[in-house]
Design a protein around this ligand. Sequence first.
Ligand SMILES: [Zn+2]
Length: 203
Amino acid sequence: MSHEDTGNRISVDVAMKNLVEGNRRFVTGNLSAKDLGQDKREDLLKNGQHPFAVVVTCSDSRVPPELLFDQALGDLFVIRVAGNVLDAVPLGSVEYAVDHLHTPLVVILGHENCGAVHATVEGGDPPGSIGAITTLIQPSVDKVRAMGLDGHELCEKAADENIRATLKDLENSPVIKNLLDKGQLALVGAKYFIGSGEVVFFE
Ligand SMILES: [Zn+2]
């Protein structure tokens, strides 16, 4: 066990409830009061972090997890990468949180109108290292395109498929599989709707 394990591990159910209720506050504009002051910061420094959820989401400026789940300092362990895809480096961040910090819930949060998904649908040869992202999204686009979809519907269904593919990538991690087998971890997909502010969790 890590020295950072306080034994006060929050349950998956409570973690989910925190996110669902936080998003409801965000949607309705009833935001909770947050302690961002000196005492809180010093407490987090002294006692370390115990985030209750890991959120893997897109870098899109309209999708900040702490705001849309109405959470505060120390609550969420966030990995943001365009298109919410995982290769070794961001996957290592998730593994660190669940294995070392014992965070019990990982959310893969995609969103509507995702530029990374759109770029993948458009195809071509993106400049620089952008292709490293679209290559990871491509199988999801191919799968949905094979169903005969195109245009906006293709982009949105591919975004959904990409969330599921990222969940699969997590399940393929031995570190994560071990915790899933022991019942100490849950994974869930979700999609954020930019206009309404609503997060819809996958079944
Ligand atoms: Zn995006």
